[in-house]
Design a protein around this ligand. Sequence first.
Ligand code: PFF
Length: 480
Amino acid sequence: MKKSSRESWSGQLGFILASAASAIGLGNLWRFPYLTAKYGGGIFLLVYFLLLLTIGAMLMTTEIALGRKTRLSPLHGFGKLVKSWSFLGILFVAVSAVILPYYIVIGGWILKYVFAYAFIPQEITDAAHPANTAFFSNFISNPSQSLLFAGMFFAMSALFIVMGVKNGIEKMNKILMPALFFLAIAIAGYVCMQPNAIEGIKYYLVPDLNKFYVETNGTSHFSFTMLCKTIVAAMGQMFFSLSLAMGIMVTYGSYMKKSDNIENSTWHIEFCDTIVAIIAGLMIIPAAFAFPPAGQTGIEAVSQAGPGLLFETLPRVFTQMQAPKMITLSFFVLVLAAALTSSVSMMETLQSSIKDKMKWSRKKSVTILSVYILIMMIPHSLCYSNACKGFFSKKILGMEFLSLNDFLANSVLMPLGAFALCIFVGWILKPNFIIREIETKGNTFKLKKFYSLTIKWIAPIFIAIILVTCILSGLKIIDI
Ligand code: PFF
């Protein structure tokens, strides 16, 4: 395919909206509130913001600039720049290829809740009601149900991909993103007006440095371990939430026009992503503090890892709050919209990589990608059921297939890719390569000195620490 025939966004706004839509996903609505509650509320927010404004912004700028420079998706683009570094493109694409199938399966779970809340009469209280604990376990252990809903979510994502960059992805984002934003504000407003919500709001928003102090033998002292744990969690969240090291920003950058300002766009994307994460915290943390499920404190209710928070605790919290069905339904519709726009961005990254590498048409690469996704959806959907005599539910390293891939992508491949990216850009291509791309067509790069320092030193050192810590904690050698 000739370079000039590459599709492009209609303008800078289209690019910002699409990238923000990719960034705003389950990471904001589910992972962020849970991590914030677990790591001390306001103090986690503070650490997260610092990372976002430094390492996060510089890495996002790098990925977008690399995409725009090569006008290629990562699988082909990195190798085009320096042949021996094509493995980096493979690594980025591998992250997406591992995450996408399970993200789609989780998207199917959300779709199931949207259906359940839309069609089940309010009077039902037995296991058919989504607020019943048995509802979720019954659903995920039913192979045909989880496959059916994952298939529906996949079909919705694929539809926008087939329609292309401007007519599919951009149009979808123009409708779903504002809708998502207004729904989130409305739900957060409703939750924050509940009696007792203020305790959760305070815990969430006011940084308390005492969270870094622990008591031993009656004396309180600063805990370096607590600080490290918070930084590791915030950094992992930042990568996931900004869709970094997945190849998405490289791909979306490759559709960006030369005259558009990369530095400005980065700040806009980060701003949108963070605002939605903050609002998500305001929907979830005060709700759980005001109406914790029986036998749990607010913090315990929110800070549980895994699907429990979204699919078991929150429906119960909303029921206890006696929220109108419309509120709970809107909540799941909003989560669905966020998951859909993110999964579309990842699917686009993968299809674009296949298309650039094989020089195929969009239709052909989407078809091949669909076959891969449909096959991979099977073990991810069936790993919580007894299907095939429990073949798919066998645990590896103590994790189900879905959790194992989540660990592999987020704790191993993603930090590895981010580290390699810093070395590639900081030491092989050199920061000036990126700075020149950002400054094309008269644009300025105000933070270029800070950029060079970050990409060569600060980011790789931090990421290396995160990588080692994540692997050790995943293997249960340390507790973080
Ligand atoms: N930034 C996205 C999120 O917060 O959910 C990360 C992501 C995951 C994007 C999976 C796309 C995707 F398919």
